[in-house]
Design a protein around this ligand. Sequence first.
Ligand code: B16
Ligand code: MG
Length: 222
Amino acid sequence: MIRTMMTACLFDLDGVIVDTARFHYKAWRRLASRLGFDFTEDDNERLKGVSRMRSLDILLDVGGMSERFTDSEKQELADLKNGWYLEYVAAMTSADVLPGAVGLLTDLRRHGIATALASSSRNAGVILQRTGIATLFDAVVDGNDITRAKPDPQVFLLAASRLDAEPGGCVVFEDAGAGIEAASAAGMRSVGIGAADRLPGADVVLPGLAGVDYGCLKGLFV
Ligand code: B16
Ligand code: MG
């Protein structure tokens, strides 16, 4: 793997830029309760970063219902969850952008570092619109642009190519184990956002973006 100077930063959305991970959890737990079982926050960790239909499969597995539904019934369940999720998203405003995100994106731009959103979510567009941060990204790649969700590296490789950046010069910001795996598979370095014990493969783990700027990243990723 060839590692060069940091030229681009790729940001996951849910759990890094906005706290929509809690909305996903709320909606999945509501579906589990409708189906008659409990879905814990620990169970929910397995859903972070993975696609909507894969998330449903994991949830049904937790409830011991893996074999119960046909594909079209599963689509209905996923649609039901997504409807609830979008209800929560509809109430979002710019105040829901996580601390430090706007400051970091602005500072990176100021120092000539390209920025991209790289999310598995098919709802990224509406979230960017609700929070008013779309213009802070030079490129946006989301769940509608890819055929393989994280841990596959497709979302990050596509984001890098849209920025015309070499993978070795990209730094990925991710809150999900599947996303850190995807970054490594893409030949990129990564900053895990959250608890270090949940993100063992990340090059660096930080609790959030607050206080992070170009200067400190430059020190970490020469
Ligand atoms: P949707 P990210 C991911 O977004 C979420 O982490 C994951 O929990 C979700 O299942 C996936 O998007 C698909 O989301 O149902 O909105 O299309 O973390 O990659 O920004
Ligand atoms: Mg995420």
